[in-house]
Design a binder for this molecule. Structure first.
Ligand code: BGC
Length: 751
């Protein structure tokens, strides 16, 4: 009888304390079994599971597997867990992991969209719900949150992160860890995995898996904070990234995995590689499989995801003295500790309560939470009195994304069920016969020649003849009072391995839009995207643009909530949206340079840091997003214009809802360290509050400014606050701020 089964039998007796328990267990393990714990394999087929006599089953029985990824369904998981517990020598239970990134079967908006809500409690709740649903179906580990900062929208994986800002990214990282894990004491909580550590979002030219190279100062100040925040929030595991950091792949980078992560940040969970990352180090040019596996282990990697490099080589490396027993023991202990914390030794079937599927998944309550959050993520980019629409007359819904179930969930929803209503179905329901809804697809998603991928790539949308579809769409639109266009990219065009070098609307869609606009009717563009789109032409020609990202299972209803004015849009961009491709990367927290563009004029001048053919600012700045109402911001009031170095001041503004709609607003606080020992960004987000104001209502919003908010990593990578002047800025986005200056004084409160 295995260890877990024995423990279950004596369920009345509590387990020994973790250290003692794990030491005793390790005392019984062979070297092969210890190395087996470091091995993570895919299930083969996410839906059908693992057959009795596959190589994975063999590995389980021989105790040569520690965890499995991508096995869906409590029945499948229960069967495989039984195999581990009842058929392997020591009966050590497996960990079951999956990419539960933005929901399990109730799908929330993609992470980039969620970030645009700036609604931390709602984001935390989305993770809690995802944990509840995933554990109700047998899982206990998710590869989320992904907290990679990125300023390059060509990189498709920006869809999975929070955008370009380290402060907001950190708050979201903490919230997600809290939401997933809680304290891991309950069976509806799940172990989180922070990824991709580190700097994956810095890949050159936005090409996935590409080289990353950046200064330590930028790492510390801009890219590390969300990872650190998640570690401090107690994340249970960390995934190393595919890329190099300082020319050493993250998976073999001891400075990253041990010095920073464990020694500086005090991480005490385990490190898993990204998929096949150990073997990829052969391509990175670091040696053969034995060599790279040893490097990975020595650097601080504990679990090998899908390279099978540890199981293939570590015994040999041990014999040859390339790794030590202590190296293997350390990694094995960390994984067994995670199993202990997950309660798997106390009860290996803790997450296998079959009755929960019926009560805990895709519930009305979860769907309502997803719908609410989705509506908060939409960013109104432009509105020339078109929105909200009235439920009357005839509405033409046109575009390749208007009636597709396949593009509803968004990238990274492997557990989605694809039963969710389309936008067209949502609109039909919302209108309840009060208006006539007409529909035409209008065009293909793009021309065949646009993508390198073959036709199967866009199999998810019916393909037809563009010219014919356009004629039909124009015919349909002529009969309508207002046109709603559902356009953009497919969900698979963002996310992993989905870099793009042109982020404008595809030609066929733009051409159709152009013709529809010529009908002279009110028109709104709903832009579906997993990244910032370049919308300069649309900004010039289209009267209303609502960016809806990929909003998850409740897209159809949530879009209608905003489209028809039950809710005012309140999302604010967390990545700048460029004017054109050549501007990339364009982000708000840049340095001033020695030759900045005159702030007020933004005009081109020779020998300034600018382009001949486009202004420096993005089309829509970080933090930007309109509402159906208008908000008026007062000047900033500071509690004092001096602050002691260890002191606190407050900064306040009064905001008035001067329009006719009740609405939410995200009030944003930025600072600028005017003079520093190193050059400092022109603005840095340091606070935000999401408030609700009824039409006509005013509220004073106050931010506490502590010295912690003014700190940064200096040239020597010390975390410092330097006395001197700071600009305190508050506004509705990073561009339109009101400003006051405060002097931080060198002496402390006590002096
Ligand atoms: C991705 C990770 C993911 C892993 C497991 C990799 O290709 O980079 O984000 O968690 O696969 O599915």
């Amino acid at each position: 009888m295995g260890v877990a089964a024995k423990n279950k039998k004596k369920a009345q007796q509590p387990l020994k304390p973790m250290n003692e328990f794990v030491s005793e267990l390790m005392g019984k393990m062979t070297v092969q079994e210890k190395i087996g714990q470091l091995n993570l394999l895919p299930s083969g087929d996410i839906q059908t599971g693992i057959s009795e006599n596959s190589s994975v089953s063999e590995a389980i029985r021989q105790g040569r597997l520690g965890a499995i990824l991508n096995l869906k369904g409590v029945d499948n998981i229960l069967k495989v867990q039984k195999m581990a517990v009842e058929e392997s020598r020591l009966g050590i239970p497996l960990i079951f992991g999956m990419d539960v990134i933005h929901g399990y079967e109730t799908i929330f908006p993609i992470p980039l969209a969620q970030a645009c809500s700036w609604d931390i409690p709602a984001i935390e709740q989305s993770a809690r719900i995802a944990a509840q649903e995933a554990t109700a179906d047998g899982l206990c580990w998710t590869y989320s949150p992904m907290v990679d900062i990125s300023v390059d929208p060509r990189w498709g994986r920006v869809a999975e992160g929070a955008g370009e800002d380290p402060f907001l990214g950190s708050r979201i990282a903490e919230a997600m860890v809290r939401g997933y894990q809680g304290d891991l004491s309950r069976r509806d909580q799940i172990m989180a995995c922070l990824k991709h550590y580190a700097l994956y979002g810095g890949s050159e030219a936005g090409r996935d898996y590409n080289t990353v190279d950046m200064s330590r100062i930028r790492m510390y100040n801009q890219y590390f904070p969300p990872y650190k925040a998640a570690v401090e929030a107690g994340v249970g595991s960390v995934m190393s990234s595919f890329n190099t950091v300082d020319y050493v792949p993250a998976t073999a980078n001891r400075w990253l995995l041990t010095d920073m992560l464990r020694q500086q940040w005090k991480f005490d969970g385990f490190v898993v590689t990204d998929y096949g990352a150990i073997n990829e180090m052969i391509n990175h040019g670091l040696g053969d499989q034995q060599q790279v596996a040893a490097l990975a282990l020595k650097a601080g990697t504990d679990m090998d995801m899908c390279s099978e490099a540890f199981t293939a080589t570590l015994e040999k490396s041990l014999e040859e003295g390339k790794v030590t027993m202590a190296d293997i023991d350390q990694a094995c202990r960390r994984i067994l500790e995670a199993k202990y914390k997950l309660g798997l030794f106390a009860d290996p079937y803790r997450y296998c309560d079959k009755s929960r599927r019926a009560t805990d998944i895709y519930t009305a309550e979860h769907r309502q939470a997803a719908r609410n959050l989705a509506a908060e993520t939409f960013v109104l980019l432009k509105n020339d009195n078109v929105l909200p629409l009235k439920k009357q007359g005839t509405i033409a819904l046109i575009g390749p994304l208007a009636d597709t179930k396949n593009n509803i969930p968004g990238t990274w929803a492997p557990t989605a069920t694809y039963q969710y209503p389309t936008l067209r179905e949502g609109m039909q329901r919302a209108l309840q016969g009060q208006a006539t809804l007409l529909y035409a697809q209008g065009c293909n998603i793009c021309r065949d020649s646009v993508l390198q991928a073959d036709g199967s790539f866009y199999r998810t949308i019916p393909r037809g003849d563009d010219a014919q579809m356009r004629l039909q769409a124009l015919e349909t639109a002529r009969q309508a009072d207002v046109i709603v266009c559902a356009m953009g990219e497919l969900q698979e065009m963002s996310g992993e391995s989905s870099s793009r070098s042109n982020l404008e609307l595809f030609d066929v869609q733009r051409e159709l839009l152009d013709e529809l606009l010529r009908l002279g009717k009110p028109l709104v563009l709903l832009n579906f995207a997993g990244r910032p789109t370049i919308l300069s032409w649309e900004q010039q020609h289209v009267p209303a643009i609502l960016n809806v990202w990929f909003a998850g299972s409740e897209t159809g209803d949530a879009v209608c909530d905003v489209l028809f004015g039950d809710k005012s849009p309140s999302g604010k961009l967390t990545m700048s949206m460029p004017q054109n491709m050549g501007q990339i990367p364009v982000y708000y927290n840049h340095l001033n340079t020695g030759r900045p563009v005159e702030e007020n004029t933004q005009k081109f001048a020779k020998f300034q840091s600018n382009y001949l053919d486009v202004r420096n600012e993005p089309l829509y700045p970080f933090g930007y997003g309109l509402s159906y109402t208008t908000f008026q911001y007062s000047d900033v009031t500071l509690s004092s214009d001096q602050m002691k170095i260890d002191g606190t001041i407050t900064a306040s503004v009064t905001i008035k809802n001067t329009g006719h709609y009740d609405a939410d607003e995200v009030v944003q606080l930025y600072i600028r360290d005017v003079v520093g020992s190193i050059s400092r960004p022109v603005k840095e987000l340091k606070g935000f509050q999401r408030i609700h104001l009824n039409a006509g209502e005013s509220r004073t919003v106050t931010f506490k400014i502590t010295s912690d908010l003014l700190k940064f990593y200096d040239y020597h990578l010390n975390d410092v606050i330097e006395p001197g002047d700071f600009d305190i800025m508050i506004g509705p986005n990073s561009r339109d701020v009101k400003k006051k200056r405060v002097s931080v004084l060198a002496f402390s409160a006590g002096s």
